[in-house]
Write a protein that binds this ligand. Structure first.
Ligand code: ADP
Ligand code: MG
Length: 683
């Protein structure tokens, strides 16, 4: 019986040097090696008679080498020729700068020879052929050989041999815990067979069969563990009762300077129903950028405070934490509700003070970054946790917070502006109920998006100058902080250039991730107050930043950003009632890149764009895969493999419904372990 969890160093031929290289490919165990899937296949044809070889083809023949060879030397080249023949004719094998080939092969022994065929009249050359001992069982058939992603120092043959070696013991001695279900209930092939066929398929059709099984396994493990945790959360714990029926909440809502939109009201009604129901809320508010999520969070926290409990709101960046702190302090300034800010970059003394007030219960609402998750942050009475733009906040992080609230579990509200295609939402938020904010607050004018080349930059910056003089504000986004190179404008360079030229005399600021938190805060505040008119920035302003007076966002080297990311950036404008513009600057000629940017020009619909993004980029390098909280799939694609997703959903439900039977319980445990390995922990 082979144990796939065993280290690759247990294999013959894998010493410290090779294992070091394999580690670079994330291959540590036998299973990792099997899960290092080919990125492509090389087609190797069965051997054919030499007389039948056509000019220009990659030809495979079975032949014996002649006893003699010849060499030709030029200034920097040694060419080695060795003749080989079969019953039908002869071919001359030619190698460049490999003189050792002349004496490498035994005479009278048949070899498998594969190289590029060049016919000149009657004579045939095979250039740079690869040679193997002839084996009729293998070489008389067409084959597909795996082509793996490599790292320097490892060759295709190294990996082929490694995987081949593991597979030969898998074939005789491995049965997979999901086999019974997958094979018997869903008609898929066994895991051992799937591994064999994905690496060494006999046809493209067997690659499909192998993929189906492997994709099933990936989806299945994830869906089972998410589903199981949802079940535990729903049955094992209670949530604190929070009533919205309180004058504090009514005053808060009446005091807002605007009327809630219909979908905001609906979302809030969903939340209040959850909070007062005795169960634990697990809700996602999904609304495109600018749809007005912050006020919903504030209302929910207001209800928690009115019922005497604490809430925490977690956001991904320092800038956003401070912005929410400002906005909410204003919203609550006529109440007794006390708010505190807790971020990683605060001084230890400040942090200690805040932690004390959290522990003593004198703070009602904590707004902060991941710092809130630290073990020494202990709440007196935490009843509600809200995450904003923070999709990586998964089940594990929730479990961390649970420990701070004894036998109850806080309610969870997840707010997301990254529009997630519906199929993905099923996967990621399988454990959440969803409220959707569709439509924006009234009076918004859709943002106009234009794609320009850098030759129009002068006109653009004059336009920005004029709008700034007219009292509006603008963002200019660069991809890099410093050291721009070949055509890439860095934020520092552009800032230095603009303050001397187009924006001379206009209050202009520079903000990026490397500034100290106080500096960032100061600059953001100046922009919010309008003292800074134009802000040259990196993507630190990407999510959540809300300055309604900003009407222009110009994005340099737009082709370097993902589609979903550009949509987020565009969401920084169009938050007030003035016409807004998003100007994408790009000289990209590559069709893919242009396609992506034109999609943005044509559509303002975040869902549509996110789906397109995912299709264009694939899940592996999907922008913000980590931010989305999506597990990294090795082979499955959540949009392209919808059938297998459906299939795995059925299987997951079947297993969860029978969680009380030992067999199925074991499967659930395996899934939990697999999935937890995939889930990201906070930094
Ligand atoms: P997001 O959903 O992107 O987080 P915000 O919560 O930052 O959006 O809201 C964007 C802007 O819209 C804010 O200035 C907010 O005050 C305003 N807003 C929210 N709801 C309404 C409403 N119902 N009517 C008018 N303005 C609103
Ligand atoms: Mg927001």
């Amino acid at each position: 019986m082979i144990r796939l969890s065993e280290s690759i160093t247990s294999l013959k031929g894998v010493g410290p040097k090779k294992s070091f290289l394999l580690h670079r490919l994330d291959i540590f165990t036998l299973e990792d090696a099997l899960n290092h899937f080919p990125r492509d296949y090389e087609e190797i044809k069965a051997v054919k008679p030499i007389e039948a070889v056509a000019d220009g083809e990659m030809a495979s023949v079975c032949a014996v080498f002649a006893d003699s060879s010849r060499k030709k030397r030029t200034k920097d080249l040694v060419v080695t020729y060795v003749k080989a023949c079969d019953d039908t004719g002869q071919a001359e094998c030619v190698w460049f700068n490999q003189p050792y080939r002349a004496s490498l092969y035994k005479p009278d022994v048949p070899y498998f020879i594969r190289g590029k065929a060049v016919r000149k009249g009657k004579s045939l050359q095979l250039q740079n052929p690869s040679i193997e001992a002839f084996d009729p069982k293998i070489h008389k058939l067409d084959r597909l050989l795996p082509v793996y992603p490599l790292t320097r120092g490892l060759t295709q043959n190294d990996l082929r041999n490694l995987v081949h070696g593991i597979l030969s013991s898998v074939e005789s001695g491995y049965s997979d815990p999901f086999d019974k279900l997958a094979v018997e209930e869903y008609g898929l092939i066994s895991k051992a067979n799937a591994y064999k066929l994905i690496h060494f398929p006999d046809s493209i059709n067997s690659v499909h069969m192998a993929r189906k099984r492997l994709i099933f396994d990936e989806f299945f493990a994830m869906l089972v563990s998410i589903g199981y945790q949802r079940k535990v959360i729903r049955s094992g714990f209670i949530g604190k009762r929070i009533s919205a029926d309180h004058s504090l909440v009514a005053d808060f809502l009446n005091g807002l300077p605007f009327k809630l939109t219909v979908s905001q009201q609906k979302a809030l009604a969903d939340i209040f129903a959850d909070l007062s129901g005795g169960k634990i809320m697990n809700r996602l508010i999904q609304g495109d950028v600018g749809s007005g999520k912050t006020v919903i969070a504030a209302a929910a926290m207001c209800a928690a405070a009115a019922s005497g409990h604490q809430s925490a709101m977690m956001v991904p960046t320092e800038i956003l934490a401070r912005q929410h702190m400002r906005t909410m302090s204003r919203m609550f300034d006529k109440t007794d509700i006390r708010l505190s800010l807790l971020t990683g970059r605060m001084s230890n003394a400040d942090k200690a003070l805040v932690k004390r007030s959290i522990a003593e219960g004198t703070t009602n609402i904590v707004i902060g970054t991941h710092a809130i998750l630290q073990r020494d942050v202990v709440f007196k009475d935490l009843a509600l946790v809200i995450t904003d733009e923070q999709h990586r906040f998964g089940v594990m992080q929730r479990m961390l917070l649970r420990s701070k609230s004894e036998n109850t579990m806080p309610h969870f509200l997840v707010m997301s502006a990254t529009p997630i295609p519906r199929t993905l939402a099923q996967i990621m938020h399988g454990d959440l109920d969803v409220s959707i904010l569709d439509g924006k607050p009234p009076g918004r004018v859709p943002v106009k998006t234009h794609l320009i080349t850098s030759s129009l930059r002068d006109r653009l910056y004059n336009f920005i100058r004029n709008r700034a003089l007219a009292g509006e504000q603008a963002y200019i986004v660069c991809q890099q902080i410093e050291n721009g190179s070949d055509g890439i404008k860095s934020a520092e360079e552009l800032y230095a250039e603009l303050v001397k030229t187009h924006l001379k005399g206009i209050e202009t600021g520079l903000i990026h991730g490397r500034l100290k938190p106080e500096e960032k805060e100061e600059i953001m505040e100046a922009f919010v107050n309008g003292r800074i008119r134009v802000l040259v920035a990196t993507t630190v302003i990407e999510v959540g930043v809300n300055v309604p007076n900003a009407t222009i966002i110009a994005i340099e080297n737009a082709e370097r950003f993902g589609l979903a990311q550009l949509h987020q950036l565009r969401g920084r404008v169009g938050r007030g009632d003035k016409p807004s513009y998003c100007i994408l600057i790009s000289d990209a000629r590559d069709e893919m890149a242009k396609d992506r940017l034109m999609a943005l020009v044509k559509s303002n619909d975040g869902f549509e764009l996110a789906e397109k993004d995912l299709l264009l980029r694939g899940p592996g390098d999907l922008y913000g895969t980590r931010q989305h909280g999506l597990p990294q799939f090795a082979i499955a694609h959540p949009l392209m493999d919808k059938d297998m997703l459906g299939c795995a959903q059925g299987a997951a439900k079947l297993v969860l419904d029978r969680a009380d039977q030992a067999d199925y319980k074991k499967i659930i445990e395996i899934c939990l372990e697999k999935y937890n390995k995939l889930a990201a922990l906070p930094d």
